[in-house]
Design a protein around this ligand. Structure first.
Ligand code: PMP
Length: 312
């Protein structure tokens, strides 16, 4: 992807991607001392607008991640949202996008710590490419890697360095011929995918690990729980989930900003249901897709509209 002329926001200025540099010894790069967000923008061709999904919720989560790492965001959530809209406008995007805001420890020196190191902040938007194939049910495995535990570094914060855990699980799954991994928590309960939350459907009830199971509290997770309850009258239960429940579920799906709603067709080579995309999963996936493409006025509050500069 050639990003050289993309406009980014870095250290208080709008500039070209290729002019915004980070030094080799930067703390955040060496020690993973940073936190970030991933935000989707869907291009709505009829209105000629980008629809940014759950923008406020993502910045609120970034603020919490930063607080956990004793880092400081340069602006409040409202200002960060305004800067993001400006960024979309300056880039004149007319396609689906992915926005990556991040705050990181910026000193270029040696010595791991959080204190007495200045923070830097940037937002980089990129055209979106599909992360996982949503048109078919995924073959997934339970990873031999456990999800990082809150006692070592809190997974509820979206911490840069914690993604080594996700990367190990994802690449192990890939090397073994699977699309994605499910990570168990240290005590053996189901936590989440490498970059997605997980839901099980059993006898019409939705189950998902509660926030104390070392999961990232996904914005899409919350949205899907709301849709399931409010649109389809489904019962949603947050509780710890055993590995064996993965093998006896009627349906399983992942949720995430990049992924949307993704069906799981098998776990450890055991079919989930009949191995295809189940009816509840399909219903929720389609409802979510309608919401993020601006076709459900009742959920308009989930979307922030950004207009390309040229069209203003
Ligand atoms: N868990 C992890 C580890 C993730 O990286 C993500 C993606 N941000 C999610 C869950 C899903 O969260 P969200 O719906 O906010 O994208």
């Amino acid at each position: 992807m050639d990003l050289s002329s993309t406009i980014v926001y870095a250290n208080g200025e709008f500039r070209r991607y290729d002019e915004a540099k980070v030094g080799l010894l930067t703390h955040g790069l060496q020690y993973g001392t940073g936190c970030f967000e991933g935000i989707r923008g869907y291009w709505a061709p009829e209105q000629r607008e980008l629809l940014l999904v759950l923008l406020r919720e993502h910045y609120e989560r970034l603020a919490i991640s930063a607080k956990i790492l004793t880092m400081t965001l340069p602006h409040d959530v409202d200002r960060l949202m305004a800067i993001t809209l400006e960024l979309c406008a300056r880039n004149r995007f007319e396609c689906d996008i992915y926005i990556r805001p991040f705050v990181y420890k910026a000193a270029e020196d040696v010595g791991v710590r959080l204190h007495n190191v200045p923070d830097a902040f940037a937002i980089v938007p990129v055209p979106h490419h599909a992360y996982l194939d949503a048109s078919r049910a995924l073959d997934v495995c339970v990873s031999s890697w456990r999800r990082a535990d809150d006692t070592m570094a809190p997974p509820r914060a979206k911490i840069t360095g914690l993604y080594v855990n996700s990367a190990l699980a994802k690449s192990e799954a890939h090397a073994n011929g699977y699309d994605e991994a499910i990570l168990l928590s240290h005590d053996g309960h189901v936590a989440e995918g490498s970059a997605e939350n997980i839901f099980l459907v059993r006898r019409g009830v939705l189950y998902t690990p509660d926030p104390s199971q070392n999961v990232l509290e996904g914005c899409t997770r919350r949205a899907i729980m709301d849709l399931a309850r409010d649109e389809f009258g489904l019962e949603v239960v947050e509780r710890s989930i055993d590995r064996g429940e993965l093998y006896s579920a009627d349906e399983i799906f992942f949720t995430g900003t990049a992924a949307g709603v993704l069906a799981v067709g098998s776990v450890d080579r055991r079919a989930v249901g009949d191995g295809t995309i189940g009816p509840v999963t399909a219903q929720l996936r389609d409802a979510y897709a309608r919401v993020v493409s601006g076709k459900e006025p009742r959920y308009a509050a989930w979307l922030t509209r950004a207009t390309p500069l040229a069209a203003r």
